[in-house]
Design a protein around this ligand. Structure first.
Ligand SMILES: Cc1ncc(COP(=O)(O)O)c(C=O)c1O
Length: 392
């Protein structure tokens, strides 16, 4: 893919390394540039990196009315050697295409997605924050732009990637366990629906639940399946618990649970690296709560890119009663998983082969480069993502 670089004049770009003088918020800041590519007449065309700024959309754009939109979330880290490394973005690229297949958005070759992210990281490398616990959050997304009010898939799309220099997701960082609301009032996803896809509508549908959770001084809802029998997700994270016997359990990925890349990483690292056996199972909520009450379950939490690992200190119920997990503090397994994962991401521990993608220094970061040739790549048929193993 030939990316066109229409960069800001040097004088308007960040020119020095970013040393924030206050803790960075999560997701609020932007870097100088973004990546764009359009889909028209059955092809992805005009891959380009341009100044970050507003997009022009017809008010009738399909995404604005029927939420034909998919997105991803990944992170890149500044290592001690001064280089930027993105964590498992090939997995995000594959998941973006799986989400696309679920809402009929045409796939984007995974290698092109990876290339686009790395090129943008290279261009805006000076934005990588020099701050403990901070990172460059990467947000790729695709949305239907056709000006049409029929409820049908858009014929045109835009793929955009932007970066957000961010601090930890929870302002208190890893050091304060969170509370989850256990309720049967809200459900995140139904069988046969879009729960396993990262599509905007799922998140709109979870906002009221999140709001009610906050009213209970909880950070999120522990979502159950529609029969109120099994644990599904902890807000926008996969749920996990650890038994006193040293087993870590993550709910089995079904079509109502997003396949978390953090969870998959924990599963792949397994006992050898984490000191705890990892398995997946359907987890009945009643058995789970009994286990917490009896002490058979000693730790619980959530896995997700934004917070990486979030310990749950207690569960709160609709009637405001609370159930503490263990002594309510962060348990040793949860702490170790956090340390191993963040150690790998930040280059402090050896990463398994293929987990980190270095943003190589290209010409583009020093001088604006114009490439006239357009990428005229025929999109593979929707629903079929081309299996590619490693980026170039
Ligand atoms: C509903 C949901 N579950 C789980 C996750 C965690 O997934 P990952 O670890 O890939 O960020 C996310 C965030 O992406 C999410 O939105």
């Amino acid at each position: 893919m030939d990316i066109r670089f229409d960069l800001k004049p040097r004088s308007d770009r960040r020119r020095t390394a970013f040393h924030p003088d206050a803790p960075l918020p999560f997701g609020q800041l932007r870097t100088d540039h973004m990546f764009l590519m359009d889909f028209e007449d059955g092809q992805w065309i005009e891959p380009r990196i341009v100044p970050y700024g507003p997009l022009s959309l017809p008010p009738g754009a399909v995404a604005l009315h029927y939420a034909q939109e998919i997105f991803e979330g990944a992170k890149a880290f500044l290592h001690e050697d001064g280089e930027i490394h993105a964590f498992r973005i090939d997995k995000n690229a594959a998941r973006l295409n799986r989400s696309g297949a679920g809402v009929l958005i045409p796939p984007i070759p995974e290698d092109d997605q990876v290339q686009a992210i790395l090129a943008l990281l290279d261009v805006d490398r000076l934005w990588a924050p020099h701050q403990e616990g901070a990172s460059l959050y990467i947000r790729p997304f695709v949305f239907g732009t056709q000006d049409s009010l029929g409820v049908k898939p858009s014929s045109r799309y835009t793929f955009c990637i932007f970066l957000s220099p961010s601090g930890p997701y929870y302002p208190a960082g890893f050091h304060e366990p969170v509370k989850l609301l256990v309720t049967r009032r809200f459900h995140r996803a139904a069988p046969g629906g879009t729960g396993a896809f990262k599509t905007g509508g799922n998140y709109a549908a979870s906002l009221l639940a999140g709001h009610v959770a906050h009213e209970h001084h909880a950070s999120q809802v522990l979502f159950l399946d529609v029969t109120d029998t099994y644990i599904e997700e902890a807000g926008a994270m996969n749920h996990f618990h650890v038994t006193r016997r040293g087993k870590l359990v993550i709910p089995t990925f079904t079509d109502t649970i997003l396949r978390s890349i953090t969870s998959e990483s924990v599963i792949e690292l397994g006992e050898r690296h984490l000191g705890v056996a990892v398995k997946q199972a359907r987890i009945p909520i009643d058995e789970f709560l009994d286990g917490v009450r009896s002490g058979a379950i000693s730790e619980a939490g959530g896995f997700g890119t934004a917070a990486v690992v979030s310990a749950v200190g207690s569960y709160v119920f609709d009637d405001a009663t609370e159930l503490r997990v263990g002594d309510g503090s962060i348990g040793p397994h949860t702490r170790r998983i956090y340390e191993v994962l963040t150690g790998i991401q930040r280059g402090k521990r050896p990463a398994p082969e293929g987990w980190l993608f270095q943003a190589r220094r290209q010409e583009a970061s020093s001088a604006p480069r114009k490439v006239r040739r357009k990428a005229a790549r025929k999109a593979p048929a929707a629903r079929k993502s081309r299996p590619r193993s490693k980026p170039r």
